[in-house]
Design a protein around this ligand. Structure first.
Ligand code: NAG
Ligand code: NAG
Length: 567
């Protein structure tokens, strides 16, 4: 039987960290700095770490552009030129012991894995990659700072949280060189790592959401240091893609994080899954503890486990999760938990929506489910396959309603993968995103909804012919557009990069993606999300029709997974 349940594996489709991944574009140019001292060794750096000199150092710094050596309240930062108008700093923002909450760094230190200022952080432990590419001591970030900035000039900071289904990814994944985005938005761009998988979400003693707390530590770290780089501690905007956007949704649902950021950008968040609830988390947790053979209270056993053993247990847990509790789904069973302490609202249609006030920007790409459907089914599918495939994932009741609707026609369509892809995109991403937008708008927040109809094929999608077809915009194909890291962009891609960076610049400073010279992007209301078309030939309205994402269909006639399972 064809398992449409495969669909969620899309989210795991991140490119490996290994050497076949394209290096950061700015990094290739770093080679030319090899052997050149990054900065002359001066004593000013040491002096500026002494509290009584810090004000003087800050005054000197304020007059000159932020350079490659920056005096922060926690020590001297050494950076390197990034080749496109920004300096790049790699830093460890927090430390932790295994399965304990992280502590914000109190001294500026290079990430584990970086031997000098041009070094890069190792990733957090993850399955299926070379172990030499990761370390448990992985709470690091990259900072990209326009060379023209002066200290204390109060510019915003964009903190990027990478995707990878909460089990993969890193701050140095393809396309995430933030220098062009930093220059274009005149802001500091930070790209952070957080603990992944079991190390971030399955503390055997039941401590929840460690990885979410890592993100909070990262924001606290930025609040301390960004003024020295020209930033303002009170102008931090979160941005992320896929599970990175899911992490941001968790932070939006965490009252204790609220004062740490001003606004948020969520790209391609698979909102259909919802946060786990406590009973589901407990079921996964106890299964994980059994797999590792360490009792919840046995710290000695837990700290003696090898990373490899933890990752194997994590992989087994991931495989077993849907049979332990169907509400986990198979795509990202390990994810933030509504634990009632850090996260106390699902931010969805299953509970009263809290009052909100932060501006948010929610985007999707046209073919979110493209990599999964066309990756799982490599040949043309007949119309008769639609029903069984749909029922395998959504069950008979939802399938019946879907088949009776006009939204996913199979007649006169040569390949049933096409309506299946539309269905997957609507179900996991687009419609729950639009539901969130309506709730956000109805409860006091300003929200802008967008849809990318132009993209740039992310490296991992090169293996999927559908994603290479003109007009396809697959999951992750928005990343390089936003970062301005598309290799050899077409004029349409370059134009969209310019537009998105101008919109992000506006959003970081005003909370609205509208700026002079750009088409007007209307904020969502409870009755019309006004989904703005990003790229492509502008339609007369410039907006994407609701179709199946009308509130009378997805969310009511056909329930989201989080509604079905009550998580
Ligand atoms: C930085 O460290 C790397 C090894 O991690 C080394 O190859 C490189 O030469 C060093 N660069 C400088 C400027 O010292
Ligand atoms: C949590 O989700 C599970 C799985 O769907 C459900 O059976 C259970 O009732 C939920 N528990 C709570 C406390 O809401």
């Amino acid at each position: 039987m064809v398992a449409f349940a495969l669909l969620p594996f899309l989210l795991a489709a991140v490119s490996p960290l290994s050497s076949d991944a394209a290096p950061l574009s700015g990094l290739t140019s770093m080679a030319k700095f090899k052997g050149v001292p990054v900065f002359p060794p001066v004593n000013l750096g040491l002096m500026c770490e002494i509290p009584m000199f810090q004000n003087a150092c800050a005054r000197v710094a304020a007059k000159t552009s932020v350079g490659k050596q920056v005096y922060t309240p926690i020590g001297t930062a050494q950076g390197v030129a990034d080749g496109s108008g920004a300096n790049r700093f790699a830093v460890k923002y927090a430390t932790h012991t295994r399965w304990a909450a992280s502590t914000v760094a109190t001294k500026w230190a290079l990430p584990t894995g970086a031997k000098n200022a041009s070094g890069l952080p190792l990733a957090c432990p993850q399955p299926s990659v070379d172990p030499s590419t990761y370390t448990e001591d992985c709470l690091s970030m990259m900072l990209y700072v326009p060379t023209s900035l002066k200290a204390n000039s109060g510019v915003p900071t964009l903190l990027w949280i990478h995707g990878g289904s909460f089990i993969a990814g890193s701050a140095t994944a393809p396309g995430l060189d933030g220098s062009k985005l930093a220059v274009a938005t005149n802001s500091i761009v930070a790209v952070m790592q957080y603990r992944l998988g079991a190390l971030g979400f399955m503390a055997p003693d039941g401590t929840t959401n460690l990885a979410v707390k890592d993100s909070i530590a990262a924001m606290n770290f930025l609040a301390k240091v960004v003024p020295s780089f020209g930033g303002s501690s009170s102008k931090i905007t979160l941005a992320g893609q896929s599970s990175g956007a899911g992490m941001i949704r968790a932070l939006l649902a965490a009252p204790s994080a609220s004062s740490l950021f001003q606004s948020a950008i969520l790209q391609s968040d698979p909102i259909d899954y919802g946060f786990l609830n406590v009973s589901t988390q407990n079921a996964l947790q106890s299964s994980f503890n059994t797999l590792t053979g360490c009792a919840a209270s046995d710290k000695a056993c837990q700290s003696s486990l090898s990373v490899d053993a933890i990752l194997s247990a994590q992989v087994t847990l991931g495989d077993n999760a849907p049979s332990i509790d169907a509400s986990t789904g198979s795509a990202e069973p390990i994810r933030p938990v509504r634990d009632g302490s850090l996260i106390n609202t699902p931010l969805d249609l299953t509970a009263p929506f809290p009052p909100v006030s932060k501006p948010i920007l929610l985007t999707n790409v046209k073919n979110e489910a493209g990599p999964t459907i066309f990756g799982a089914f490599t040949g043309i599918l007949a119309p008769s396959v639609f029903g069984p495939v749909c029922a395998a994932s959504l069950g008979d009741a939802r399938t019946e309603t879907i088949q009776a609707s006009p939204f996913y026609p199979t007649s006169n369509i040569a390949d049933t993968r096409v309506p299946l892809e539309t269905l997957g995109t609507d179900w996991i991403w687009r419609c729950p995103t639009w539901s969130l937008a309506r709730s956000w708008s109805g409860n006091g927040g300003r929200v802008f909804v967008g849809m990318f109809v132009t993209g740039a094929t992310y490296p991992v999608n090169n293996a999927i012919a559908f994603c290479l077809q003109p007009g396809s915009v697959c999951h992750q194909d928005d990343i390089e557009i936003v970062f301005g890291t598309v290799p050899n962009p077409t004029p349409a891609q370059a134009q969209l990069t310019t537009e998105m960076q101008a919109r992000y610049k506006a959003f970081l400073t005003t909370g609205s993606p509208n700026a002079a010279g750009l088409s007007s992007w209307t904020a969502a209301t409870t009755t019309d999300v006004h989904a703005h078309q990003l790229g492509g030939t502008p339609s007369p309205s410039g907006e994407i029709p609701a179709g199946a994402c009308d509130p009378s269909f997805w969310g009511s006639a056909v329930q989201y997974d989080y509604q079905v399972f009550g998580i």
